[in-house]
Design a protein around this ligand. Structure first.
Ligand SMILES: C[S@@+](CC[C@H](N)C(=O)[O-])C[C@H]1O[C@@H](n2cnc3c(N)ncnc32)[C@H](O)[C@@H]1O
Length: 264
């Protein structure tokens, strides 16, 4: 038996994301929630809400409780097998929109697609592109396939090993780039560790992608990478040998976040 509480009582509680948790438990929009603050939760709603509060208080990200997260102008299903889409990654879409003609047909590859946000958003913005996406996680790829709104060729495997022999005009990736001893990792404990860390300096996967990309790029093809706040200089050095027209970009917080380069 539960003590009856109203929406208003819960909204006063010192619980992270309480209004968002209430919308989930009551299956209401925020507008509906705030327009009826005296609504008394029934026993099932009360139990559901308390279960959500417990998980959120233990640190489970809201996106995993909701099962989805917005990215650019779409909503994506997420699961604990996928990284939760970050707003910083929208920069890659902005760079693509500024660099490529929306009407020109090109082939693009998204390496480490996770929930599919990059490949799927590109397929919406560039409907004529032929898009391929890979991930080493089969469970992540299942989520990406649920999210896909257009035709995308998905392959499972370790970076380029996943692919049938093919060449692309654009290779884009938001690979794992956190140092494996980074002290902030404990706050990301619900997300798949293999989506986050990449060796001692966080650059193991970026090194692999940069060294193997030339083999998989058409002449004059582009490589577009998201990276960590302190990795720009090292990445510029890694690109020097095989790439030209290298441009670095900052995210909305003015943090170094992405690099675009063209095959020499
Ligand atoms: C930082 S997450 C990015 C996910 C998604 N692209 C996004 O931006 O939200 C990195 C992704 O790379 C995948 N990944 C990690 N190592 C990989 C490897 N060796 N080969 C292929 N994919 C890999 C992970 O499973 C994860 O989905």
């Amino acid at each position: 038996m539960f003590i009856r509480k109203s929406t208003k009582d819960y909204l006063k509680a010192d619980v992270k994301d309480i209004s968002k948790l209430l919308t989930l438990a009551l299956d209401q929009t925020k507008e509906q929630l705030f327009s009826n603050p005296g609504y008394e939760l029934n026993d099932i709603e009360h139990k559901t809400l308390n279960n959500l509060i417990k998980q959120r208080t233990n640190g489970k990200p809201f996106a995993y409780l909701k099962g989805s997260q917005g990215f650019y102008d779409l909503d994506f299903v997420v699961s604990p097998a996928t990284l939760i889409p970050r707003p910083e990654t929208e920069l890659l879409i902005d760079i693509a929109l500024d660099t490529f003609d929306t009407n020109k047909k090109i082939s693009a590859l998204d390496l480490g697609t996770g929930s599919g946000i990059i490949a799927i958003t590109l397929s919406e913005k560039f409907p004529s592109w032929a898009i391929t996406a890979t991930d080493q996680s089969n469970d992540a790829l299942k989520i990406a396939q649920i999210n896909a709104t257009n035709k995308i060729d998905f392959y499972c495997g370790d970076w380029f090993d996943a692919l049938p022999k093919d060449k692309f005009d654009l290779i884009v990736s938001n690979p794992p780039y956190i140092e494996d001893q980074d002290p902030h990792l404990h706050s990301l404990k619900y997300e798949p560790i293999e989506a986050l860390i990449s060796g001692k300096d966080g650059l193991d996967d970026i090194r692999k992608i940069i060294s193997q990309s030339p083999e998989f790029l058409n002449q004059g093809g582009y490589l577009l990478l998201e990276h960590g706040y302190n990795q720009k200089k090292q990445i510029l050095g890694l690109l020097e040998e095989s790439f030209v027209n290298i441009k670095a970009f900052k995210d909305l917080n003015k943090v170094d976040r992405a690099i675009l380069a063209q095959l020499r």
